[in-house]
Design a protein around this ligand. Structure first.
Ligand SMILES: N[C@@H](CCC(=O)N[C@@H](CS)C(=O)NCC(=O)O)C(=O)O
Length: 206
């Protein structure tokens, strides 16, 4: 049995939970707020969530966990069998993580802890997000899934990246991240109805 550590409010925790559901794997959720205590750092060396425990061994980082789960439970596959297409999935995931998610996260202290972010930082975030959105929009197919006919890891990262980044962008940076991207907005709407994602959403709210 796989144990999933973290909090349901975390987008990366939610992504990993949706991944476990997609794979049809049994798992147990363990509530564990991020911490810098030794016991926590053994599971996740940066003290972040999520992490998993398998037979007394630990792993952090959602992408590493994905790699493990994809090999543990190859079906249903979340990467295309074609090597180039699989690389394209990882390309989009990388840009979503580096050029959207991490950029928007610079605004997190203000949203989460009421710690104001400077106008200079907000300006930079707006500029960097504009570039990031332009970049990822070149990669999306959105017909019907992020990169075409197959549901892949890129769909999970899309849903959970734009969820948090969209909120940060509108509430802190004052912009609509997907204003000029109706095809990505529609994709996110379709993905919200996917059973794995819908279940995670209901359980997070409950
Ligand atoms: N790169 C990590 C990011 C994980 C992450 O940023 N987790 C956030 C919550 S969504 C966290 O634990 N933040 C608490 C902290 O930074 O102390 C992944 O992909 O799993």
């Amino acid at each position: 049995m796989i144990r999933l550590y973290g909090l349901r409010m975390s987008n990366y925790y939610s992504l990993t939970k949706a991944l476990l559901i997609e794979k049809g794997l049994e798992f147990e959720e363990i509530k564990a707020p991020p911490a810098q205590k030794e016991e926590y750092l053994q599971r996740s060396p940066m003290g972040k969530m999520p992490s998993i425990e398998v037979d007394g061994r630990y792993m952090s980082e959602s992408l590493a966990i994905f790699q493990y789960l994809e090999r543990l439970q190859p079906e249903p596959a979340l990467l295309p069998s074609d090597p180039f297409a699989a690389g394209k999935v990882m390309e989009l995931v990388s840009h979503l993580k580096l050029d959207i998610e991490l950029v928007a996260r610079r605004c997190l202290p203000e949203l989460l802890f009421g710690k104001p972010v400077s106008d200079e930082t907000k300006e930079q975030v707006r500029a960097d997000l504009a570039q990031g959105i332009k970049a990822v929009s070149r990669l999306y197919v959105c017909d019907p899934y992020a990169l075409g006919a197959e549901f892949t890891l890129a769909d999970l990262y899309s849903y959970y990246t734009f969820g948090l980044a969209g909120t940060l962008a509108s509430k802190v940076a004052g912009i609509d991240l997907l204003a000029d991207q109706p095809q990505i907005r529609d994709l996110i709407g379709r993905l919200a109805e996917r059973p794995s994602i819908a279940r995670v959403t209901v359980e997070t709210a409950g």
